[in-house]
Design a protein around this ligand. Sequence first.
Ligand code: GDP
Length: 722
Amino acid sequence: NIFQMSSNENFSSANSSNRPTVLEHTRNIGIAAHIDAGKTTCTERVLFYSGVVHKIGEVHEGGATTDWMEQERERGITITSAAISCGWTTSEGPFASIPHRINIIDTPGHVDFTAEVERSLRVLDGAVGVFTSVEGVQPQSETVWRQMDKYNVPRLGFINKMDRMGSNFLAAVESMRDKLGANAHPLFLAIGAEENFRGLVDLVKMVAYIYDDTDQSGVRFTVEDIPSDLADQASEYREALLEAVSDFDDDIANKYLEGEPISEEEFKLGIRKATLSLKFIGVIPGSAFKNKGVQMLMDAVVDYLPSPLDLPPMKGEDSDEQSVEVSPDDSAKVAGLAFKLMSDPYVGKLVFYRIYQGTLKKGSSLYNPRTRKSERVSRLMVMKANDREDIDVAYSGDICALIGVKDVVTGDTLADKDLDLRLEPPSFPEPVISMSIEPATKADQERMGIGLQRLAEEDPTFGLSTNEETGQTIISGMGELHLEIIRDRLFREFKVDANAGKPQIAYRETMLKPSEGNGKFIRQSGGRGQYGHAMIKMEPLEKGKGVELENKIVGGSIPKEFIKPTFDGIKEAALSGVVAGYPVIDFKITLYDGSFHDVDSSEMAFKMAGIFAFKDAMKNATPILLEPIMKVEVSTPEEYQGELMGDLNRRRGQIQGIDSRGNACIIQAFVPLENMFGYSTDMRSLSSGRADYSMTPSHFEQVPQSLVQTIVETSSREPART
Ligand code: GDP
């Protein structure tokens, strides 16, 4: 179990005395959902209710509540912000009456923008998965859910749209169990469904909350006895919940077995423990649109999702690529991650920043190990529901926006200059497609360069490079749509009309076998010579693991200052593989030996030694070519199913499954991207225009040997990403 419930001890020592909200009462969360499941509406409601806390008096005094729609509309604008902050105080349970700060980090639902999802997952501590009570788990929510598994994010489920025709809370919970393999348990039951959805049964307290029909804003509800027709079901599900929580909490397990009473507070702390274990998901029914269930969800966020203190330390490395850990502590030197850049018409470039340790003061400088430059933070801000607020100080665990830091890209570490630290950036998927791009008029060349550069800074899955043979500018990304949007933004934001070439596949290379490499760069003919020598082990890593570099030099066979140049050489060599010159991915290099010369050794010589060692190792490692495989989902009336499946087979597709949804038939398949060009036209003509499809990059796979030669000969290589 990697999560620990924070003890009071580390809690007090990590906090500086003047912070507005102590770490233990901060929640950095994301809301993840399939498009249209209601993420935006939920977020708006959360902001509304958190703002309304201060206004409840007015409501009781008979103040108008009808104008809240208006205010909400204004708030709607700021929801597009990368992170917004609001307050919430629960009235009961372990954190009763303690003000909490909830930071909501934007998590896009659209899979085309996986990079956005990845980078937000890196900086959030917990999440709410929003599903609909009619459709249950849908494909995109599944994708995001799996990414959250990868980043070990504790979660709650919110089953939205209980007011809709055909809604069924328990069936939706079941679909979380089936499709996501989640150990999902209702924390509440729904009272009524569709237009009769009236409230929720609290399975911890065993009471019912019935919303007041006359209050359209859902602020007022009454606490009542559980309706008699739900009493048995409520007992049954409470029992199931207790049993599930017993697996994570021995005290509760014992009391449960002995039939002893369990207090509300104990029960809630048990649910918290279970949630933090990542092996339990509490689920809440509601209707964001009809303003029901949102307050219960917010209570659950406070009660069950982690604070920054509950998290395992954040990993990073120093300049020798040795691993370093950071934990929230206000008195430590400041370190954090820039996770999103946005341009703002009023203040210019906003850098959204998560502080992992230390305290950041307005006016201080942050060092960027990538650029080796320090920049001054001229202003610090937090985004509030309907406003933004200038602040003077931000503390560890906080999410804030920096102004004044210019030379920065998504995923950069910004830290105190004395800290030798680079935090682990989010891992971004490799681009699958590339194309050449040129401005319609020569005069636009420079502006296009600036525009593309700016867009590449914001979007880490968008790559930019130059083909050295032809001098053309090459852009690469996650699909045709992605690159289309880039072209469109170039036009709208930078007024550059650009023509794009034919899309090309972004192949990659890796190796099948471990091997060793010996790289020597020695020039000793008159004057000062050159001497660099590195010995490495190379091994393939699992798909999607990226590149790992480990330094195992002992006894100074390569002096400390030449380790990084050696790794730089290895990284440079890996940009262009030996099969067809594509970037090499998913491997580990261990630098274990080498030698040096007192006078002739230099950074440059060791960089060359790194390059030679890498190339040498690749030769004997059975290098292979990889191609992007797409996850394709075709939705069609049944009568075209056979034709469409035959067509997918001809495209080297592997059919994964056939499902029915309503009266449509859903075919799922993995198909090499190479064979997906022109698919929409063929699919339409095979189905008389009635089928539809979606496609997302899934993974890379080895190109069959019979096709490698053609690819090597015909592909105009996409040079390495910069
Ligand atoms: P997002 O794409 O996940 O951000 O979803 P939105 O919040 O934009 O909601 C998509 C649509 O569903 C909008 O038309 C909402 O008004 C509607 N919607 C959201 N929540 C509910 C709900 O609880 N009940 C009903 N009936 N509609 C809802």
